[in-house]
Ligand binder design. Structure first.
Ligand SMILES: [Zn+2]
Length: 89
């Protein structure tokens, strides 16, 4: 799933749903995966198709890697399997 954007206001870009391409995405939960903060995930849900996806940021050898991950509704990313959705705020 590639990360796609639409033109926003001035220099902003609008994050698009990875499933349907809709512009109305809402961030919902945040998960910091380990004590070093090398993994950070933000859960989004789409107002149009109700898909729930995590936008994951990982640090690897100086790179910052970003990808969409589908862990299912209210699922927790693999980087923090002990957390519950309620723990993630
Ligand atoms: Zn959607």
């Amino acid at each position: 799933m590639s990360i796609q954007f639409a033109d926003g206001y001035k220099d902003d870009q609008i994050l698009l749903c990875s499933k349907c391409g809709n512009e109305y995405m809402h961030h919902n939960l945040v998960n910091v995966g380990d004590f070093l903060g090398d993994d950070l995930s933000i859960q989004f849900w789409c107002e149009n198709c109700n898909a729930t996806r995590w936008l994951e940021f990982r640090q690897h050898k100086g790179y910052t890697l970003v990808q969409w991950c589908d862990h299912g509704d209210n699922a927790v990313p693999k980087s923090n399997p002990d957390a519950t959705p309620e723990d993630q705020f």
